[in-house]
Design a protein around this ligand. Structure first.
Ligand SMILES: Nc1ncnc2c1ncn2[C@@H]1O[C@H](COP(=O)(O)OP(=O)(O)O)[C@@H](O)[C@H]1O
Ligand SMILES: [Mg+2]
Length: 205
């Protein structure tokens, strides 16, 4: 198990079957390592991890107050609401990591919004420095641009070979053999030995 260094403008994909520890790992391992983040929190699970906003007006107010840990809990979960948020990020946010829970709900294999695609493909460097962390329980239905652009891929337990095979950079059999809450981390920066295994996080007592 290697220490994990994360850059604000990283590209990361986090996958597993539901209930295998993704959200817990994001909260306990990823958020404390990031200086500025915005979470698309459609299941309302991140309330204690930043200022909660529900629309673009709330987001503008939070930014005006210099908040850099922001939880966006959309009132309407639609492709349009997500795309409007991506457009806002494209024009206004700099040096933030955008974390998208259940990304398959808003970006599918065959449908990717214009501004989300911009964030993913052109906003890593100057002047944007936008990071993307996409989280999904249905990785066979996640757009190839997401998996393909992710320099870090984190996989918790899966049961379906088609989902495990969709990951590509980690052998499917190793993903299927994981115990619950353990994960395999592929990191393209670790050229000689890119895959690391993390045991389950210790329970908080
Ligand atoms: N390392 C762990 N040890 C014990 N329980 C865990 C661990 N990680 C997650 N859990 C529990 O498993 C359940 C699902 O975790 P969660 O992170 O929400 O999974 P996912 O996001 O993959 O659906 C939660 O009740 C959580 O408290
Ligand atoms: Mg989750």
């Amino acid at each position: 198990m290697r220490p994990l260094k994360l850059k604000t403008n990283l590209r990361m994909f986090v996958a597993s079957k539901t209930q295998m520890g993704k959200t817990t790992w994001i909260k306990r391992v990823v958020l404390p390592r990031l200086p500025a983040y915005l979470v698309w929190d459609l299941k309302k699970q991140y309330g204690g991890h930043g200022v909660v906003v529900h629309d673009l007006k709330g987001l503008e107010d939070a930014l005006s107050a210099n908040c850099c840990k922001i939880i966006f809990q959309p009132l309407l979960i639609t492709d349009t609401a997500f795309e409007e948020l991506c457009e806002f990020i494209f024009f206004h946010l700099r040096g933030f990591t955008f974390i998208i829970e259940e990304v398959h709900q808003v970006v599918s294999k065959h449908k990717i919004g214009f501004y989300f695609k911009q964030l993913l493909t052109v906003c890593m460097g100057e002047p944007y420095f936008i990071g993307i962390i996409a989280i999904s329980q249905r990785c066979a239905n996640v757009h190839n641009d997401i998996i393909g652009s992710s320099g870090i891929v984190v996989c918790f337990k899966m049961f379906l070979p088609c989902d495990a095979e969709a990951i590509g950079v980690i052998p499917a059999n190793d993903i299927l053999a994981l115990e619950p809450y353990a994960c395999l981390i592929y990191n393209e920066d670790e050229r000689d030995n890119p895959i690391d295994c993390w045991p389950p996080l210790p329970k908080i007592t």
